[in-house]
Design a protein around this ligand. Structure first.
Ligand SMILES: [Zn+2]
Length: 57
C-alpha cells in the first residue's frame, strides 16, 4: 500500500483539509493553526474527525 489521503475536519473552525495518512510532519489547520495530526513513523495520529478516506491509486 502506498498510503492513503484522508479528509479531516478541524474541530475548532470546521475547515476541511486533506492530508496524507502517513504524514511525516505535524499537520496544522491552514485556517486556525490547530494541530490536526502528528507523525508516528507509520500511520499519522489524527486528532480530529476524519470525514473520509481517499484511496491512493
Ligand atoms: Zn481550524
Amino acid at each position: 500500500m502506498a498510503g492513503n489521503f484522508i479528509r479531516v475536519r478541524c474541530e475548532d473552525c470546521e475547515n476541511e483539509q486533506v492530508l496524507f495518512g502517513k504524514a511525516a510532519n505535524t499537520v496544522d489547520c491552514a485556517v486556525c493553526g490547530s494541530t490536526l495530526a502528528t507523525p508516528t513513523g507509520g500511520e499519522a495520529d489524527v486528532h480530529v474527525e476524519v470525514v473520509e478516506t481517499v484511496e491512493a491509486r
